[in-house]
Design a protein around this ligand. Structure first.
Ligand code: AMP
Ligand code: TRP
Length: 327
């Protein structure tokens, strides 16, 4: 059985880009693979966090994992900081990662651009991500398009370590879906939908209520003309909304174009709102049930114990290979 690993940061609010690009694929994979899904709170502190809010957001992401359908019986769901092996392996991998390699990471360049006081952690962030993945001897990593470069680094580091110290890590493959892998911002289709964008009209959050979704879709940038046609170059706003529609309904772009021929943007946006609210409504009612059940912490504790056992096995081999084994 294939091993799957992925992670989401407990910062900001989880939006439909995270859902369609990554988390929804987690649910599909859990029936065919041995899955590990992590809330990566150590990654979150690469930028300043309020400890209380961080804890609350970590539990929120974990609850959302379960609410979208990740089953704690089938998948191992846990919080990164509960398994010390992540930070330990990250250090060892940092010592085989080149400064130039990390300097070329586009996410680091975007996030650090122009700032004086960025943390060293933000710079080495991709090495911690590699440690997450390699500890579990992962075959497949489901992520959105924006993580592709980080995944390539994880592969390079696995190969480099194996070459230097002998076969230790499996070399992971990315799994990037075709539609939904890059959901763009509603207020600016040239940018990706993002947790860190200041304007909440940038995105639709999984916990947005029906009225908020309706308002955000009504305000979403469309293009000149009134035709519902898939043309990412000429009509990036409508193309993005069509991708969201398509990932939710399973219809192809051609089918959507036919359905809205001569009907204009208003009709299309109304139906998209309904599709979104149907999907989010189900997630939100499960979210509430989970919160009321008080079971999330127990699921996470069991998850951490399972993760720890697997991670320790790899870490022990790494220590032996690197000359850190005495007893
Ligand atoms: P993050 O918000 O950076 O913790 O991302 C969690 C997951 O969601 C990662 O797999 C990302 O690649 C994915 N993701 C984030 N933003 C988007 C987006 N706008 N479209 C598609 N996937 C995304
Ligand atoms: N860097 C990822 C993001 O921002 C989150 C992440 C951390 C991750 N560790 C991972 C994703 C391991 C996949 C596998 O989205």
């Amino acid at each position: 059985m294939n091993r799957v690993f992925s992670g989401v940061q407990p910062t900001g609010d989880i939006h439909i880009g995270n859902y369609l690009g990554a988390i929804r694929n987690f649910v599909k994979l859990q029936d065919e693979a041995d899955c590990f899904f992590c809330v990566v709170d150590l990654h979150a502190v690469t930028v300043p966090q309020d400890p209380k809010i961080l804890r609350q957001k970590t539990l929120e992401v974990a609850t959302l994992y379960f609410a979208v359908g990740i089953d704690p019986q089938k998948s191992t769901v846990f919080v990164q900081s509960a398994v010390p092996a992540h930070a330990e392996l990250a250090w060892m991998l940092q010592c085989i990662t080149y400064f130039g390699e990390l300097g070329r990471m586009t996410q680091f360049k975007d996030k650090s651009g122009g700032k004086e006081n960025v943390s060293v952690g933000l710079f080495t962030y991709p090495t911690l991500m590699a440690a997450d993945i390699l500890l579990y001897q992962t075959d497949v990593v489901p992520v959105g398009q924006d993580q592709k470069q980080h995944l390539e680094l994880s592969r390079d580091l696995a190969q480099r370590f194996n070459q230097r110290y002998g076969e230790t890590f499996r070399v992971p493959e990315p799994f990037i879906g075709e539609i939904g892998a890059k959901v763009m911002a509603l207020d600016d289709p040239a940018k990706k939908m993002s947790k860190s964008a200041g304007n909440p009209n940038n995105r639709i959050d999984l916990l947005d209520d029906a009225r908020t979704v309706q308002k955000k879709i009504a305000r979403a940038v469309t293009d000149s003309g009134s035709e519902v046609r898939y043309a990412p170059e000429d009509k990036p706003g409508i193309a993005n909304l069509m991708s969201i529609y398509s990932s939710l309904s399973g219809e192809t772009m051609v089918q959507i174009e036919e359905r809205y021929q001569g009907k204009g943007y208003g009709n299309f946006k109304g139906d998209l709102t309904e599709l979104l609210n149907a999907e989010l409504g189900g997630i939100q009612s499960r979210y509430q049930e989970l919160q009321e059940s008080g079971k999330v912490l127990q699921f996470l504790e069991e998850g951490a114990a399972r993760a720890l056992a697997v991670a320790e096995r790899t870490l022990n081999v790494v220590k032996e290979r690197m000359g850190f084994k005495y007893f």
